[in-house]
Structure formats: C-alpha cells, structure tokens
Write a protein that binds this ligand. Structure first.
Ligand SMILES: Cc1ncc(COP(=O)(O)O)c(C=O)c1O
Length: 346
C-alpha cells in the first residue's frame, strides 16, 4: 500500500464537472522545428501574442482524459496514447504541429504527479481530468498556419458531467442546428466544433433536456452524436449499436466499449444509424470521458417522445458495460487490453 498523501481540502463527492484551480499547469513550446522540455507554470494564465493564430483562425484543439485513484492509492491514466494520436490527427487536419506521442503521454503523467493532491480519492466517483491544449502562437494577420505552437496541459478534479450524476438523462434531437459538415472537421477535437454546437446544447437545456442529439448535416436522417459524447443504443436482442459517421469525434470511450462488448459476447454494429430507428431500441446511452456511460431514458424527436424506461432505470446491458469499464479504469478489475498505465507518483 502506498503512503496516503495529504489531499486537497475539497468535497470530493460533490464535485461538479468544472474547473478547479490546481497547483500548476505545463507549457511546452514548439519553435524552430523542435519541442522544448516543457516548463511548470504556477500561475493559471497563458501569455501569447494577441495576433496568435489560435485566437483568430481557430488553430486550437484539445484532448481530455481521466486519471483515477485505485483502492491501494495508485494513479491510473486511461489510454493517454490514444488521446495523443487523436491530437495528432486533429493537428494534421488543421495544419498544426502535434507533440510526439511520447511527449504527450509523459506530459499527462507529469501534470498528474505535480497535482497529485487533487487526484480524487478512490470510491468518490470523481477523477482527475487532464486537459492538453494545442494552440498556434505565431503572431500573424494573414490566414496561414502558425510556425510556433504551445501544448499547455492542465489538470483539474471533476465529478459527474451531468447535474443528475450518473442517473439517466433525456436528449433532444436537434433539427435546426448542425454541428459539423460531412467533409468538415467534426471528427477532430477542435474548439470550433464546440462553439458551433453551444447554442443547440443550451437550447436543449433551456427546454429541460440534459443534452442535444445532433443529426448528420446533409440529410438530417442519421444520428451523429451529442455535444459531449458518442451515442449508442442496445437492440431488443441485446446488440450494441453505435453510429458510424465522418462528422463525429471518434470517442476513445466508445472504442473501448466496442472492445468490451466483444469480451462480454455482446454483438456490435458500428454503422450508420437512422433517427427513425430510435423507437426500436431497448436501451440508449452516451459514451465519453466526461459522461462515462450515461444512460438515456427518453429522447424527444419533434413531437415524438421515445422512452427506454424511467429516470432511475439503467438498462442491463448499459449497466454491465459501464461497470466493466469503470472497474478497469479504477483498477478494480484486470486490464487485459493494457488500457491503463500507472503514473509514478513518487
Ligand atoms: C463531441 C464529443 N464526442 C465524443 C466524445 C467522447 O470522446 P472520448 O470518449 O474520447 O472522451 C467527446 C469527449 O471528448 C466529445 O467532446
């Protein structure tokens, strides 16, 4: 058993999914063709040129992953290599320079270690959320890519994404706002995608729904995803169905659930899913780092209300998948796929 370190004085069980200032962030800079060693910054501000491409032309992308404390006090990062690869994909699409995978993975470990008193205790339901941010920092006025980039990495303790905790939520099918174009950047984790979706998300919230469900922007016929997560459903005969689309973010949680479903002998259909199929499903849910697996108990599609149970009902297949995923993430179950790695805290 590791020595228990002095934790920050926070009400861990009541933490919202929000920013809590921690002890420091990291800043790595790419200049003259190479990344530096990174520096620890205790202030939580970033100083860049007012003409930076990230501020004017959207050369900004990010990642998000969680670090959980195990029962015996170790800290596990979940699939940080996958986040590094997705950042590289996003960077390539927007002519940015991504940090090498090793640098990214190391930066995640480093920020978690530096802020280890903010890693929520095992069993609290909270986690340390690590947010690496890549921004173009060359000052320019013409529309062109930066020559210099900053990878800033912050860590903050978070609780459940939705106010209801992990309880089932209701979704609103959005028909007036598109999130991303089929040949656009919806599959990249660019800040601009979130700006594009905000008014739909808040429109849904104002109507009393926890989240929005976006449709494909070409035909409004297929389900894309929500503002924060991928969508999945369980058929009446127990198959895991999740949309395939060029305009949704390839979720690392969803990718893991697809593999876990295989382990649990749950057949998987990764395909285009028509919104008209919604009433045929037995269960529905959201999958993502922030939302973990949040069951969906009702979806409003125009005048139609589709229900999968009551606000306290977690479908049996969704529940099994969520338990299996969380058990691996928190070190309660063996990790046969090697998804987690221990952060050396000493
Ligand atoms: C739009 C969107 N879709 C899906 C996801 C889920 O992806 P992941 O499971 O990698 O966190 C996220 C969160 O990162 C997201 O913001």
């Amino acid at each position: 058993m590791k020595e228990t370190m002095h934790k920050a004085d926070l009400n861990w069980a009541e933490l919202p999914f929000d920013y809590v200032r921690t002890d420091c962030h990291l800043e790595y800079v790419y200049r003259d063709g190479k990344w530096d060693e990174g520096r620890v910054v205790e202030d939580d501000t970033v100083t860049i040129s007012v003409a930076s491409t990230c501020l004017h032309y959207g050369q900004e992308c990010f990642e998000g992953l969680k670090v959980y404390e195990t029962k015996d006090g170790r800290a596990l990062a979940f699939r940080s290599e996958e986040n590094a690869k997705r950042m590289a994909y996003t960077a390539k699409k927007t002519l940015m320079v991504a940090p090498p995978v090793d640098l990214f993975v190391d930066a995640v470990d480093r920020i978690a270690k530096l802020n280890r008193r903010f890693i929520p205790p095992y069993g609290s339901g909270a986690a340390l959320y690590v947010r690496p941010l890549l921004i173009g920092i060359t000052g320019t006025i013409g529309i062109k890519p930066s020559k210099e980039y900053m990878l800033a990495v912050l860590a903050t303790p978070v609780g459940p994404y939705f106010k209801s905790g992990l309880k089932p939520v209701r979704l609103w099918v959005e028909e007036e706002v598109d999130r991303a174009a089929p040949l656009g950047v919806g599959d990249a984790k660019l800040g601009g995608n979130y700006a594009a979706g905000l008014r739909a998300t808040y429109g849904a919230r104002d109507r009393g729904y926890a989240e929005v469900l976006f449709l494909d922007s070409k035909q409004h016929k297929y389900i894309d995803e929500s503002g924060s997560s991928n969508f999945f459903a369980i058929t009446k005969d127990g198959r895991y169905v999740t949309p395939k689309s060029s305009s949704i973010l390839p979720s690392i949680t969803n990718k893991s659930l697809i593999e876990l479903a295989g382990d649990l002998n749950i057949p998987v259909e990764h395909r285009a899913v028509e919104v008209s199929e919604l009433p045929n499903f037995a269960e529905a849910g959201l999958a993502g780092t922030a939302t973990i697996i949040t069951p969906v108990y009702a979806i409003q599609h125009g005048k139609k209300l589709i229900q999968y149970g009551g606000p306290n009902d977690v479908g049996p297949v969704s529940g099994r998948l969520r338990d299996a995923l969380l058990a691996i993430q928190t070190g309660d179950a063996p990790d046969p796929h090697g998804w987690t790695h221990e952060i050396q805290l000493d």
